[in-house]
Design a protein around this ligand. Structure first.
Ligand code: SD4
Length: 310
């Protein structure tokens, strides 16, 4: 019988992996297990960088992006720019199950969530608001003086560095006891993003791709760089073509680096996870990301540091 296994991004992925592994041990399907894992992180108020309480965009709005994919059937669903709903990943799953569509955005996604019985919630925390004002001192002045100009457009320097303080995506991939694969990706996106900006996380083939016949892959880091190379789809296609999971994620990092060199923005900050149909897990990141990920199998969850590809 296939051994259940789970892999998740960043140190908070440990909570996701522990939650998912327990579910898998109880016989849950991969998709149910990864969603339980992701939602444990979405709901944890001590995780300041995913979901509620995380850092808002450039005009102070907190919006969520998420996608889910079922490796058995290639069924998938996603939401982008979702506001005031706690569990974006649960709404993404409803998009997959209850609509003929793959991606709903903004007001439409919120309207759909309400129609599905999700409740509106207030996502901001005192700490999050304080931190936002600290990062945008001009906005304090703006509150006092309407003549202060609106935020300057974002520059590359705002987005190129993902570190311990601002990484914000939990991506969880799992294989269940029947050998099926499932994946989820959920995030508040890059902090200080422009309003309306959509990253890789809700884009099937960029932030997530899962196919029982080839493997599963997920991403974190600067979404623009992941989208540019069709990241997670690329990793899965490498595995389909015979590469190991580790070779596939390293190739994706090399491709991101090559694209960043061509645009003069090297080093780019991204990381990829992969899980092949036989249960092999892999991770790689571009240089200086200090990317850690959690792997759960045989009742144990370990936090590991990914190989960096310069
Ligand atoms: C995004 N990939 O919105 C996400 C952000 C992220 O660690 O993963 N940060 O671009």
């Amino acid at each position: 019988m296939p051994e259940p296994v789970v892999i998740a991004t960043w140190p908070f992925g440990k909570l996701a992996a522990e939650t998912a592994l327990k579910q898998l041990a109880g016989g849950a399907a991969a998709l149910d297990a990864v969603l339980a894992g992701a939602q444990a992180v979405e709901n944890d108020p001590t995780v300041r960088s995913v979901g509620f309480g995380s850092l808002p965009d450039r005009i102070g709005r907190l919006t969520l992006d998420s996608s889910v994919m079922d490796g058995r059937t290639l069924a998938c669903g996603a939401v982008a720019g979702l506001e005031h709903i706690r569990n974006a990943s649960a709404v993404a799953r409803r998009v997959m199950e209850k609509t003929p569509h793959v991606l709903l955005v903004g007001e439409g996604a919120k309207w759909f969530a309400l129609q599905q019985g999700f409740t509106l919630e207030m996502p901001y925390t005192v700490e999050g608001i304080r931190e936002w004002f600290e990062k945008h001192p001009d906005r304090r002045k703006k509150a006092a003086d309407p003549a202060v100009p609106p935020p300057a457009p974002a520059g590359p320097e705002d987005f190129q560095v993902i570190d311990e303080s601002n990484h914000d995506t939990v991506t969880v991939l799992a294989r269940d006891k029947d050998g099926h694969l499932g994946g989820v990706c959920t995030t508040s996106g890059l902090s200080h993003k422009l309003p309306g900006r959509v990253g890789d996380s809700p884009l099937i083939g960029a932030g997530l791709y899962v196919d029982d016949l080839a493997g599963a892959a997920g991403a974190t880091g600067v979404g623009e760089e992941i989208i540019r190379i069709g990241g997670s789809g690329f990793v899965v296609e490498q595995m389909r073509a015979g590469k190991s999971a580790q070779e596939a994620v390293e190739l994706a990092c090399r491709r991101v680096n090559a694209a960043a060199v061509r645009r003069g923005v090297h080093p780019a900050n991204v990381a990829f996870l992969a899980l092949d149909p036989k249960g092999q897990v892999a991770a790689a990141a571009t240089a200086r990301t200090n990317f850690q990920y959690a792997v759960g199998r045989a009742g144990k969850v370990e936090l590991l540091k990914a190989k960096e590809i310069g």
